[in-house]
Design a protein around this ligand. Structure first.
Ligand SMILES: [Zn+2]
Length: 247
């Protein structure tokens, strides 16, 4: 079989977590003994509880090991979300937080590899991720040793602390002023990844991850009404019919 990242033919593919396992465990509320809820992108599908996230056999052992550094930085951000320094706007209200202890370039790699893993995964939870003509460019970036940041696949972060932000949803593609982006949900962190040759608009451009600059994340106290509708309807509809994710 062939590794989805380096394309070498190997005897065995490892089961890779699409969203890092430690993040899924961390995102679980302390008083909750149920596994994380993962909502599907397709309204017709059942929501699932997964103790450790979803994994799929997609890459070789060496490529799997290469995911570690980016995954660790993502987890470090999640564990230290509360330590972000508020960045005030003109009217004094904090709209974003800055995380000086997080390396934007390593974090970008973790997010782009998550998107690429979702692209490779045949699991239905990731069936809305198809990088199409961008898949090869992203594969080369992710498999190389060089920085993934600055190659056009810009990332904007949003954080929602507390339990409302801990629910994750399957990733999906959306448009921001006609620019294509994938929305990736991690517990309490949402990443918008531009997969398009065009630039993000001004607002997004000002908060995207930049090399050698501390990452900024837009703060939200709650999910947007449309997002709550999306999540709420699915939870109400499928709470009775939760399935365990088949491993
Ligand atoms: Zn490989």
């Amino acid at each position: 079989m062939r590794c989805g990242l380096c394309h070498q033919v190997v005897d065995k593919l490892l089961k890779s977590h699409i969203v890092p396992e430690a993040m899924m465990l961390h995102g679980r509320p302390n008083d909750c003994d149920k596994a994380m809820l993962i909502l599907p992108s397709d309204d017709g599908k059942h929501a699932k509880r997964s103790p450790t996230g979803i994994y799929s056999p997609i890459v070789c052992a060496q490529c799997e090991a290469s995911f570690q550094r980016g995954d660790d930085e993502l987890l470090r951000l999640l564990r230290t979300l509360a330590e972000g320094a508020p960045v005030a706007s003109e009217n004094g209200r904090a709209l974003a937080k800055e995380y000086p202890h997080i390396d934007s370039s390593v974090l970008h790699r973790g997010i782009l590899t998550t998107l690429f893993r979702a692209h490779l995964s045949p699991h239905e939870a990731f069936n809305r991720v198809d990088l199409g003509p961008y898949a090869e460019a992203i594969r080369q970036l992710v498999s190389g040793q060089g920085p993934t940041i600055g190659a056009g696949f810009d990332v904007v972060l949003r954080v929602i602390e507390g339990q409302v932000g801990a629910i994750t949803h399957s990733p999906f593609r959306e448009r921001w002023n006609s620019v294509n982006a994938y929305r990736l949900y991690f517990p309490n962190i949402t990443a918008y990844v531009k997969v398009d040759r065009r630039q993000f608009g001004e607002l997004f451009d000002s908060v995207r991850l930049r090399p050698n600059v501390a990452p900024l994340a837009i703060i939200k106290e709650t999910l947007s009404p449309s997002e709550l509708r999306l999540l709420g309807t699915l939870v109400a509809k499928h709470e009775q019919a939760l399935e365990r994710v088949a491993k």
